[in-house]
Design a protein around this ligand. Structure first.
Ligand SMILES: Cc1cc2nc3c(=O)[nH]c(=O)nc-3n(C[C@H](O)[C@H](O)[C@H](O)COP(=O)(O)OP(=O)(O)OC[C@H]3O[C@@H](n4cnc5c(N)ncnc54)[C@H](O)[C@@H]3O)c2cc1C
Length: 284
């Protein structure tokens, strides 16, 4: 289908974009890579009067080192995140996960910030961002504020970004030297996961000193598997120990039932995929 008619602006600065957003309120929609928004407009699930394109705002792109964190601009395409050496060195989990997101064309158009702002519970970027304790920098006309990952994902397709605000960058605390793995379960290639598990592990010798684990598509938002993390701390990186910890993967989850699988099937997957992801992250 063809979208309903809308006006289009492509401001050159963040301030101009925020002014346009504030002027048009509910009638405006931000567009980043358009990989989620355009299908929504084409299906006429949303019909904004004006679309504000962030594509010309250079300050929203790129990856930089900021001491104990790396900072990824919201408009940085997935393909750049996938190949950036800082991401690979300090946020290996993100580097691993983004390789599994859709196909090469979508990774070139779609952006890291757009995927997180869209907050699809089946999206592949939420769980790694949550597991790594990302911080979300959000700008409004009154200034910027930072939201912790635990507070950012509010509900299905809903985040802490206000209607007149723009996500500008995402700070990822460095996890240098941590092992990482993203285990994604799909029926066909280049699809959203039925369930996926993001795991980062700091191993000392053969022991798991610390683990950070998060789940994709096991509720209305990405979820931290804190029970698994607790159970793993101080355990040997063996199949038995990790299998026992993975039994706690479903704690606090509320998986959907749909044509790809019912909630029980997803609970089963969460345990299996958690074991695989943690063992791979621990190098076992
Ligand atoms: C065929 C297909 C397969 C896909 N497969 C996968 C997959 O396997 N895994 C996966 O995770 N994703 C998948 N996607 C989605 C893809 O990752 C998108 O890139 C992503 O969801 C949205 O990023 P975008 O930059 O295109 O955002 P857009 O589509 O431009 O925007 C998405 C939403 O976020 C808002 N928004 C965007 N940027 C900002 C900002 N900076 N501040 C505030 N609000 C903002 C927009 O207003 C809009 O509501 C797929 C998409 C398609 C079309």
């Amino acid at each position: 289908m063809i979208p309903a008619q809308f006006d289009y602006v492509a401001p050159a600065t963040l301030e101009e974009a925020l002014n346009a957003l504030s002027e048009h309120g509910d009638d405006a929609k931000i567009i980043a890579g358009g990989q989620s928004l355009l299908p929504v407009l084409r299906m006429r699930l949303n019909a904004p009067e004006i679309v504000i394109d962030l594509g010309k705002i250079e300050s929203l792109r790129g990856v930089r080192d900021d001491g104990d964190a790396i900072v990824i601009g919201a408009m940085t395409p997935h393909a750049v995140v996938a190949t950036d050496p800082l991401v690979e060195e300090h946020a290996l989990l993100l580097h691993e996960a983004v390789q599994h997101l859709a196909d090469a064309q979508i990774r070139h158009r779609g952006t890291f910030g757009g995927a997180l702002a869209h907050a699809d519970p089946a999206g592949d970027m939420g769980a790694p961002a949550l597991a790594l304790g990302a911080q979300f920098v959000i700008a409004g006309l009154g200034g910027t504020h930072t939201v912790e990952a635990d507070e950012f994902f509010v509900d299905l397709f809903e985040t802490a970004i206000g209607e007149d605000e723009i996500l500008t960058e995402i700070r990822i605390p460095k996890h240098t030297g941590w092992g990482a793995h993203y285990e994604k379960f799909v029926r066909v290639a280049h699809q959203w996961p039925i369930v996926a598990v993001a795991a980062a592990v700091r191993a000392e010798g053969g022991t798991i000193a610390e683990a950070r684990v998060a789940l994709t598509n096991m509720g209305s938002t990405p979820l931290r598997a804190r029970g698994v993390e607790e159970a793993l701390a101080g355990q040997p990186a063996t199949d038995d120990a990790v299998r026992a910890a993975a039994e706690r993967a479903t704690e606090g989850t509320n998986p959907p039932s749909d044509l790809n699988g019912d909630a029980d099937y997803r609970r089963h997957l969460a345990g299996v995929l958690t074991r695989r992801a943690v063992l791979a992250a621990a190098g076992a």
